[in-house]
Design a protein around this ligand. Sequence first.
Ligand SMILES: [Zn+2]
Length: 332
Amino acid sequence: MGQDLEKLKQRWPLLDYLQKQNWVAQAAGYDSEFVGLCPLHEETQPSFYVNARKNLFYCHGCGQGGDVIRFVELSRHLSFRETLSYLEQQQSAPPGNAVDSAAVLEEAVTFYQKQLDRYPEALRYLEQRGLHDVALRQELRIGYAPGACLRRHLTALGYPLDLLRRVGLLNPLGRDTFYARVVFPCCQGERIVNLYGRSLGDAFPHRFLPGPKGGLYAWDQVQHYPEVIVVEGLFDYVVLRQAGFHHLTCALGNHLSACQFRQLCDRPRKVYLTFDFDANGSGQQASQRLANRLRARGIDSRCVLLPDGHDPNSFFVHGGDAQQFQSLLEAA
Ligand SMILES: [Zn+2]
């Protein structure tokens, strides 16, 4: 057993695994040490260290640490045994066929969309988060994953289980990955490349399928605008769209990937960063640093300050309107 574990870990170096999950790292100054934002807890300043030689990680923010197996256990909420079978499967999985994955994701999104109207708790949740516009809901193809029904649906359509596992729609045990989550497709051009699932409850609120998130949200619709608002979450995105702001995109998190950063810099434009601010000020600092990096690339960037403790979503849910938000942009 011990030997097998060692072999498994050798075949799955931690750093490779993390990079495959889009972890963005910088050299930490020491030989084979890397640092980046912790994938296990929300943070705006990097405190997650990986030693590639020792094949170990440690996060100074949440105190978690260990090897690749421990990381998979924590990040995917799997038991030790499930983690081993997951890693074995990742090993043997043939390279993903992009056409197959896009087709099955398309099918899953259509299915989730149909579920939404059948679950009052999901509709109530959307209302609570301030999304009232049914046409926008349909345009963004928002759906609901009740759990324990996608597998049956997709296998009945002839999709093989190993494809569903590989794409991440099913977990290693073969069960639906998304349970009681509102689901948004993330697209690159026309093609769905990932799904974001927001749980109705507070436990593990944000979840993506493994694999790239696909750049800035709906980027091909906004890239030609001379001014672009960037928000952190999709529920910030929906309330602003609903309020009539179209020059808008979402970073799907509070940290821009290298690809997203390149997108923002691909031509001269003005960028409004509207990220959540936390009480200790680290959000503000991170926003400011990002603004500086963008300015260094010739992008006129502004940090938008929302009233105390608000993100764009809560700002609108608590009665803020388009005109007030426009004044915040102008004051930035
Ligand atoms: Zn952490």
